[in-house]
Ligand binder design. Structure first.
Ligand SMILES: Nc1ncnc2c1ncn2[C@@H]1O[C@H](COP(=O)(O)OP(=O)(O)OP(=O)(O)O)[C@@H](O)[C@H]1O
Length: 230
């Protein structure tokens, strides 16, 4: 693996915000394969704004974030093949069933043995009995499971999750945390915004705490404690 392949994401003097209005920063950061970084802070601290800016979904106020040593947004095929992203929003085709959504992702990303991969996610996320349902007929937790299933079904080098624990029951939260840890141990890098200290401690190796516009690198223990104080 050369230096560029190891450098999944590099942020330099990155300030996130809207227009010329800073929300948080500056941040210097290097994310390499297998690293798991939690991002924590109060409501409106700027976690989602930072995450979106890091992955090139919105322009920084200043500084830059570069993916795979070359990309600053998701317009390239190489970027989209390497980076799997779930933000806290539902995005479905209303006339495709649960299973058809997953088949679409598997086909689009050239997953080997696609139906077996789809079946694996349906089982993992306990969506088997809902496989023929349409998104509007799912519970909010089931819709969340479907989004997460789609993100985990496809291979990626960098997995970016904004509050993945939201709307999941405790059993599913724990199963997801274990799965993410296994992915990281196998080399996938993970950026995860979370409000759940247990989930954070299960998944993250290190933490960025956003407080009063500052982005403070800290330990998992301190990050989990900071969530508790929020
Ligand atoms: N599109 C936007 N334009 C301008 N300001 C925005 C926009 N979206 C969010 N903000 C502001 O940016 C700040 C940070 O919001 P952000 O969603 O990043 O917070 P967060 O830490 O993810 O919060 P939460 O924990 O509530 O999800 C807030 O003050 C919010 O009002």
């Amino acid at each position: 693996m050369d230096a560029t392949q190891r450098e999944l994401l590099r942020a330099s003097a990155l300030v996130a915000g809207y227009g010329s209005q800073d929300v948080c920063g500056p941040l210097d950061l290097l994310v390499e394969p297998g690293e798991t970084l939690g991002i924590v802070g109060f409501n409106a601290a700027g976690k989602s704004t930072l995450l979106r800016t890091l992955v090139g979904y919105q322009e920084p106020v200043s500084g830059q974030s570069v993916i795979l040593g070359a990309f600053t947004d998701d317009s390239s095929f190489i970027y989209r093949k390497a980076v799997s992203v779930v933000f806290d929003e539902d995005a479905f085709f209303p006339s495709l069933s649960v299973e058809e959504h997953l088949q679409l992702i598997a086909g689009g990303h050239g997953v080997p043995q696609p139906q077996a991969a789809v079946d694996h996610e349906l089982i993992f996320f306990d969506l088997e009995t809902a496989r023929t349902e349409y998104p509007h007929r799912l519970s909010s937790g089931q819709r969340r499971r479907l989004l997460l299933a789609a993100s985990l079904l496809r291979p990626c080098s960098l997995l970016v999750l904004d509050e993945p624990e939201q709307r999941l029951d405790p059993v599913m939260r724990a199963a997801l945390a274990t799965r993410l840890r296994e992915l990281a141990d196998a080399g996938t890098a993970l950026l995860v915004v979370t409000h759940d200290p247990v989930f954070l401690a299960s998944v993250a190796d290190s933490v960025l705490l956003i407080s009063n516009g500052q982005i403070i690198p800290t330990s998992v223990a301190e990050g989990a404690a900071a969530i508790g104080r929020a």
